[in-house]
Design a protein around this ligand. Structure first.
Ligand code: ATP
Length: 253
């Protein structure tokens, strides 16, 4: 089943200073099936953040449409978009974005509290997610008492507490050392095996090699897609690096 359908998305920014227009996205179309783990890669300035902001309902395309389970994101009014995000999307960021004045438990529960769920619902959701993420021991701690990898696990728990249709991860291993990155990526693979749909944006070929499909964008256009199929992460990494060198040498133009 198609979960996310990106249809002919264009994004044009008007720059005030020069009155020039920047075409950040030029007719991007792709779809994501339910249960996929997809990565978006591209050089700096290729349009990844512009695309992610649109998928996250933080911005709207100039033209084109994005459908989540058939519902057009373009029809969501600005006032409704925060509620929509909390109900349907989960977010994981490079810098974890945990609130330092809240303990781990309250950080994780925040999206549910904002959705006015009952105390019983909060407790049952917290038990489930902390068990799934193996973070029970840290529930009473504060983010600054945890390592980067531990904080990212908590941030992932927070992202999952509302059982989002789509987990959006923006450079989730960008602030972590290589061993901790591998742990977090293995966790993403496990979540995906439990049917969680994930869309990750990263510059890291190693991170991308843990997903099932990589979409490369260049100058605001879809450049190429790679499917992992039955390849090991090591073999997929080789193919990703080959495609990245092609992308950097202007190949395919
Ligand atoms: N608000 C804005 N106003 C004007 N131009 C913008 C705006 N946001 C992005 N751009 C331009 O759109 C293009 C795509 O930028 P975007 O941030 O989407 O790229 P990116 O692939 O995410 O880059 P990076 O990897 O460096 O974060 C760039 O040329 C950028 O300068």
């Amino acid at each position: 089943m198609t979960l996310l359908d990106v249809q002919h998305v264009k994004k044009i920014y008007a720059t005030k200073a020069t009155s020039l227009e920047v075409q950040a996205l030029k007719d991007i179309s792709f779809s994501i099936e339910s249960g996929e783990f997809v990565t978006i890669m591209g050089e700096s300035g290729s349009g990844k953040t512009s695309l992610l902001n649109i998928l996250a309902t933080l911005d709207k395309p100039t033209t084109g449409d994005v459908l989540l389970e058939g519902q057009s994101l373009m029809t969501i009014e600005e006032e409704e978009s925060a509620v929509f995000r909390r109900q349907h999307l989960g977010f994981v960021f490079q810098d974890f974005n945990l609130l330092d004045n809240f303990n781990v438990k309250d950080n994780i529960l925040l999206p549910l509290v904002l959705n006015n769920r009952s105390l019983a619902e909060l407790e049952s959701a917290l038990n489930q997610v902390s068990d799934r993420m193996a973070i029970e021991e840290w529930l009473d701690k504060y983010p600054y008492e945890l390592s980067g990898g531990q904080q990212q696990r908590v941030a992932i728990a927070r992202a999952l507490i509302n059982q989002p249709k789509l987990l959006l991860a923006d450079e989730p291993t960008g602030a972590l050392d290589s061993n901790t990155s591998r742990e977090i990526l293995t966790l993403f693979e496990d979540l995906n095996q439990q049917r969680q749909t994930i869309l990750m944006v990263t510059h890291s070929p190693l991170a991308a090699s843990h997903s099932n499909r990589v979409i490369f964008i260049k100058d605001g256009k879809l450049f190429h897609q790679l499917y992992r199929g039955t390849l090991s992460t090591d073999d997929f990494l080789i193919k990703i690096n080959q495609t990245l060198s092609l992308l950097q040498t202007n190949g395919g133009k």
